[in-house]
Write a protein that binds this ligand. Structure first.
Ligand SMILES: *Cc1c(COP(=O)(O)O)cnc(C)c1O
Length: 438
């Protein structure tokens, strides 16, 4: 029988995270203090994050041990499966081999639990009583609410308003795990009230929701903040994806010519790609392609410069590709890809020519998602469907060129709580990017 699944045993869960900062040859550009514009030290960020997280954020150590209590929880679903998309290949008639790593088997339905668990754990051991955070499409809020529940701490989620109404079951899910959820901009914070006074219909953005979560954090002593993407420690935690994938590709007897992932803040992409970047630094020929929506083209249209992570200019300045901290993207269905900035580590590697990027239209993306569902049987999250679409584009190019390209992409999550977006697609109500912007 043709092999479709490449499965590891629980003993193969990586015991250390890979820190790409160790292999850059120079320290990455530091975050700058919002007031002084001087490099931030851990003490500047201590009111917001636990120390262990800040040490990881600024670490230059190549391998960082995963704590036992975190391993125990990761073992609930890791290692995640890697599949060969044989029926998709056949449908495309491509000589390319398409592999995908599936992160939708996590209890949260996406890769985000890989970092939510260590973040909740480090907060717990440092005495945090509650975590405040933002969520776009709801996946980060879902993941963090599960993790906070595991470690017995409270969780408050500011959810971007347009997603709050597009994806009502996300709220149900978060509440199941004991979190409290507010549509953002909300009346819960001064910043939310300000925005609503100017524009009561504001659909919200991650930048605004981050400002609200930060305001909640700094006004309460035992509350800390947590970010589900963008920062170095998040990319670090997500490297379990790429580390497992490398072993699984070895089982399959292949090595990818190209590794593809969708990018919102860059964490699932960074997670699968960074361990392959280690090979690239060592001279291996592997391409990495970041896929973003045309409606929020952070890498392909943004500037590479210092910018704020949020709309209210409360965060440190990060050197990253950015569309501007006040950018409010159209309400596209891939809510998790509506962030104005990009992970500084991903941005830096783009700038060094190590990572390529492409921006896709949401209609093409949904066409690809439906083909994938009908061949491989998994309904992908709209975010992940960007990676699916580019993998298909790559396989079609391989067909034209008659090449047996080996493609690996990250299927970051399933779309079971995004079926409203599929409804809109089948009812011809899904705008192409041009219309969404118009
Ligand atoms: C949040 C999310 C993304 C986008 O975030 P990244 O940090 O860029 O990974 C992509 N896919 C899924 C399923 C998500 O939940």
């Amino acid at each position: 029988m043709e092999q479709r699944q490449f499965l590891l045993s629980q003993n193969d869960i990586p015991q250390e995270w890979y820190n790409v900062a160790a292999d850059l040859g120079e320290p990455p550009p530091p975050p700058l203090h919002p007031a002084t514009q001087q490099p931030c030290g851990p003490e500047d960020l201590a009111p917001v994050f636990p120390m262990a997280i800040l040490e990881q954020e600024m670490s230059a150590q190549r391998w960082i041990k995963i704590p036992d209590a975190v391993m125990e929880k990761l073992a609930l679903w890791r290692p995640s499966p890697l599949y060969r998309a044989r029926d998709l290949e056949k449908a495309l008639g491509t000589p390319a081999k398409i592999y995908y790593k599936y992160e939708g088997t996590s209890p949260a339905g996406s890769h985000k639990l890989n970092t939510a668990i260590p973040q909740a754990y480090y907060n717990k051991i440092e005495g945090t009583k509650r975590i405040a955070t933002e969520t776009g499409a709801g996946q980060w809020g879902s993941a963090l609410s599960i993790a906070c529940n595991f470690f017995g701490i409270g969780c408050t989620v500011y959810m971007v308003k347009c997603s709050f109404y597009q994806k009502p079951y996300r709220k149900s899910m978060m509440q199941t795990f004991g979190a409290e959820v507010f549509p953002s901009p909300s009346e819960k914070t001064e910043f939310g009230k300000q925005i609503l006074a100017k524009d009561p219909e504001c659909p919200g953005s991650l930048g605004i929701a981050i400002s609200e979560a930060l305001e909640d954090t700094v006004h309460h002593d035992d509350v800390k903040y947590s970010l589900g993407s963008v920062l170095n420690h998040v990319i670090l935690h997500q490297t379990v994806i790429g580390l497992e994938s490398k072993k699984q590709m070895e089982m399959a007897g292949d090595y990818p010519d190209v590794v593809i992932g969708c990018v919102g803040g860059g964490s699932n992409f960074g997670g699968i790609v960074m361990p392959f970047m280690a090979d690239k630094f060592a001279g291996k020929n592997v391409r990495a392609v970041a896929v973003e929506p045309k409606a929020c083209p952070t890498i392909t249209s943004g500037a590479y410069k210092y910018d704020f992570g949020d709309t209210a200019s409360m965060t440190p300045l990060l050197k990253m590709h950015t569309l501007g901290a006040d950018f409010v993207p159209p309400a596209i269905h891939a809510g998790g890809l509506r962030y104005h900035g990009m992970a500084p580590l991903v941005s830096l590697l783009v700038d060094k020519g190590m990572i390529d990027a492409v921006a896709l239209d949401q209609l093409d993306v949904f066409n690809a998602a439906v083909l994938f569902a009908r061949t491989e049987g998994i309904i992908p999250a709209p975010e992940s469907s960007h990676a699916v679409c580019e993998a298909i584009n790559e396989a079609n190019r391989a067909k034209q060129e008659g090449k047996e390209t080996v493609i690996l992409f990250n299927l970051s999550g399933h779309g079971f709580l995004d079926l409203g977006a599929y409804d809109a697609y089948f009812a011809d109500k899904l705008a192409s990017t041009a219309q969404a912007e118009g």
